[in-house]
Design a protein around this ligand. Structure first.
Ligand code: ZN
Length: 61
């Protein structure tokens, strides 16, 4: 059987698919780094939408 190799989406290093708990990443570090990247991007987009006009929240009575 051929061993399947994948490329880590974070650092581009070749890594094993089989027995890799961090796939498709090569390591936990890359997995977390990629997750953080996505979180940061989402956060940045949300922040860029612009909430200059803050609506006053009417909690009702
Ligand atoms: Zn990596």
């Amino acid at each position: 059987m051929k061993e399947k190799k994948i490329k880590c989406p974070n650092c581009g290093r070749e890594t094993e698919w089989k027995g890799n708990p961090f796939r498709p990443f090569c390591s936990e570090k890359c997995k977390l780094a990629d997750l953080n990247k996505w979180f940061n991007e989402e956060y940045a987009i949300e922040g860029a939408v612009g909430n200059e006009e803050s609506e006053e929240v009417d909690t009702g009575s």
